[in-house]
Design a protein around this ligand. Structure first.
Ligand SMILES: Cc1cc2nc3c(=O)[nH]c(=O)nc-3n(C[C@H](O)[C@H](O)[C@H](O)COP(=O)(O)OP(=O)(O)OC[C@H]3O[C@@H](n4cnc5c(N)ncnc54)[C@H](O)[C@@H]3O)c2cc1C
Length: 332
């Protein structure tokens, strides 16, 4: 029998972790990503003056497997410890904040991690999958631009569940039911490029109440020191209520709210920009890899939502899903 061919839809950390696991088993794997680069919720954007992290600001590692990978990333210089001086903002006062877990950030930007993971993999970007079809017991992918890829023996959908649901064929009722069960919080975030460097004694600020849950001084992160920028991450409930507002209105409201609650004056913002995540954080409890959703004959799902709600869950899910697929394909 010819060696099985596998496709992964989505080049977020879960899709890349799945593809790395399959590639290390010497099987052919092709990754298709709709955006211009890999990253998903770990992506960053180049602005005129600086680079901005658009999704996850930092992450932690708890499991032995992920800790080992994080050690390798630290040695390769693509992540650093961060935040170093987190604080808490309550009643217009800044207090010390005790971090329970060591946290990390991509270096020089969050997307450095997914770029690094993509090395040596066959990743096609700007490839928006619009349908999955079966023919002769194999799977084909259709793209928005009318092109087609395949045949594949197995396809992994490394996507938030709503996006996976839309692509799953009607015959995949179990996977569709699984995807329809998981809800996601949306999230607005705003970054402000300032006209001069502020004097701050924090690099991350946990905000006790109000529309904003977290602020990060992006310029304190490694590789982003060239211009002063602060990013605000709105609370899920507030983001949901204001989901359909315009980015300009969101940027103005959240920045004004931050200035009202912040105890000191800050330099003026020369540019404010808002980014909306419709699917930011899954509403699920952390699960161990033995409880990963099962695959069907030709299709599997993975992503943070399959094992939890963070970067570590996404990485573990991709790896677990790929291992399950390899076991199934190689035992046939
Ligand atoms: C604002 C914010 C704050 C966060 N804070 C934290 C935190 O503090 N700590 C933490 O650990 N985690 C945090 N997270 C969560 C973390 O970013 C995610 O858990 C993780 O990045 C999810 O990776 P994933 O691969 O499962 O999904 P994603 O990163 O969403 O990847 C899915 C990919 O699929 C692509 N795609 C979608 N549809 C198609 C299609 N039809 N065809 C081709 N490609 C497609 C998308 O473009 C995307 O690249 C945060 C996320 C956000 C947005």
């Amino acid at each position: 029998m010819a060696s099985p061919k596998i496709a992964v839809i989505g080049a977020g950390i879960s899709g890349l972790s799945a593809a790395q696991t399959i590639s290390r088993a010497d099987l052919s794997v092709s990754v298709f990503e709709k955006a211009r680069g890999p990253g998903g919720r770990m992506s960053s954007r180049r602005e005129r003056e600086c680079t901005i992290d658009l999704g996850v600001p930092c992450f932690s590692a708890r499991s032995t497997e992920f800790k080992r990978t994080v050690e390798r990333w630290l040695s390769a210089g693509i992540i650093s410890h961060w935040p170093l001086s987190p604080k808490r903002l309550k009643n217009r006062q800044i207090h010390d904040y005790d971090m329970q877990h060591l946290r990390f950030a991509g270096n020089p930007r969050m997307s450095a991690i997914t770029r690094y993971m993509s090395q040596g993999l066959n990743v096609t970007t700007q490839a928006h999958v619009s349908a999955i079809e079966y023919a002769n017991d194999q799977v084909y992918l259709e793209f928005e631009n009318g092109q087609r890829a395949g045949p594949f023996d197995h396809v992994i959908l490394a996507l938030p569940p709503k996006q996976a649901f839309a692509l799953l064929p009607e015959s995949e009722q179990d996977l569709k039911a699984l995807c329809s069960k998981t809800a996601f919080h949306p999230c607005w975030n705003v970054h402000a490029v300032l006209n001069e460097f502020p004097e701050l004694d924090w690099d991350a600020l946990y905000i006790e109440s109000g529309p904003i849950g977290f602020a990060e001084y992006q310029s304190a992160k490694p590789g982003r020191e060239n211009s002063p920028a602060i990013r605000l991450i709105a609370r899920p409930e507030w983001s949901r209520t204001h989901l359909e507002k315009t980015p300009d209105a969101i940027a103005a409201t959240l920045w004004r709210t931050f200035l009202d609650r912040y105890p000191d004056s800050l330099p003026g913002a020369i540019r404010l920009k808002a980014h909306r995540w419709r699917y930011a954080e899954p509403l699920v409890e952390r699960r161990s890899p033995e409880h990963h959703p099962p695959s069907s004959r030709h299709l599997s799902v993975c992503g943070d939502w399959c094992l939890g709600n963070n970067v570590e869950a996404a990485w573990l899910s991709g790896r677990t899903c790929a291992r399950n697929v390899l076991t199934r394909l190689l035992s046939n």
